[in-house]
Design a protein around this ligand. Structure first.
Ligand code: NDP
Ligand code: 8X3
Length: 253
């Protein structure tokens, strides 16, 4: 096995869990994020198993994204799988109260960042007439919930972009899979509530949420099917969650 996977947002949560899972499966890893020290620590941990190339950039920064991908060493340009995972929610407020800065950061990261990284990597896949793009959407991109407004909008956009990538890249034999998880206990809520651990913990009260490894398992499964098979999308929640609104918080799930 000498396939290469590029994972955005590998410093935490789903991305970090994917890095471990794909390393265990023998993939070569390009791991990206803004927190350099975390990328270096992950490289140190995983390089006993596989080759690891850390790249530090902010997906919101168009020039930095293209500079990083366009200056990949020749031995790293054959990217088989791109996991567009970097993303975040900021705030959970009614539309009329929400911060415009938070809205812009979510759109710049979850939508524009995903577009920049995809546009930078897709030519490398087209040149080889093969590849697999795996985009992290959310159940928030399937059903809008109160106070979800622009985060939900950003994930609806990921859903739409995934569908259109699948159509436009069809002739180039590139698979596109959208993964739509429900509540998962990562750093996501701590980031959303800007370090307020009490508010973050409340999200997961009364039930067992998904773990990052659960989502990485689903991603790994989708990435390792026969060449002629593509799972187009996956909606994945914990046992206690039916959709964006209905949770079983009784403590029995
Ligand atoms: P985490 O907060 O644990 O991880 C987010 C990752 O994204 C980090 O590695 C972070 O790296 C990276 N990231 C954020 N902003 C940027 C940026 N501007 N440039 C580069 N990297 C960035 O969250 P999750 O693992 O839970 O989230 C991963 C994805 O899954 C997100 O797209 C999220 O919206 C989605 N999701 C999460 C769910 C959940 O309940 N946890 C459910 C459904 C979807 P760094 O800070 O080092 O840059
Ligand atoms: C994260 C899941 O329900 O917090 O995308 O929006 S939710």
């Amino acid at each position: 096995m000498n396939k290469t996977v590029l994972i955005t947002g590998a410093t935490s949560g789903f991305g970090e869990a994917c890095a471990r899972q794909f390393a265990a499966g023998g993939y070569r890893l390009i791991i990206t994020g803004r927190r350099k020290e975390r990328l270096e620590a992950l490289k140190q941990e995983l390089e006993a198993h596989t080759d690891v190339l850390p790249l530090v950039f902010d997906v919101q920064d168009k020039e930095a994204v293209f500079a990083a991908i366009n200056s990949l060493p020749d031995t790293w340009t054959a990217i088989d799988i791109l996991i567009n995972n970097a993303g975040l929610a900021l705030g959970r407020d009614h539309f009329q109260d929400a911060s415009l800065d938070d809205w812009e950061t979510m759109l710049d990261t979850n939508v524009k960042g995903l577009l920049y990284v995809s546009r930078a990597v897709v030519p490398l896949m087209i040149a080889r007439q093969q590849g697999h793009i795996i985009n992290l959407g959310s159940i928030a991109g399937k059903e809008v919930y109160e106070k979800g407004n622009v985060y939900c909008a950003s994930k609806y956009a990921v859903d739409a972009i995934s569908k259109s990538q699948r159509i436009d890249l069809l002739q180039h034999r590139i698979k596109v899979t959208a993964i739509h998880p429900g509540a998962a206990d990562t750093e996501f809520s701590r980031v959303r509530f800007k370090g307020d651990m009490t508010q973050a913990a409340k999200i997961y009260e009364g039930y067992t949420p998904l773990r990052a490894e659960d989502v990485a398992d689903a991603i790994y499964y989708c990435a390792n099917l026969p060449e002629h098979v593509c799972i187009n999308e996956v909606n994945i929640t914990c046992l206690a969650q039916a959709n964006s609104f209905y949770y079983n918080r009784s403590g029995n799930a």
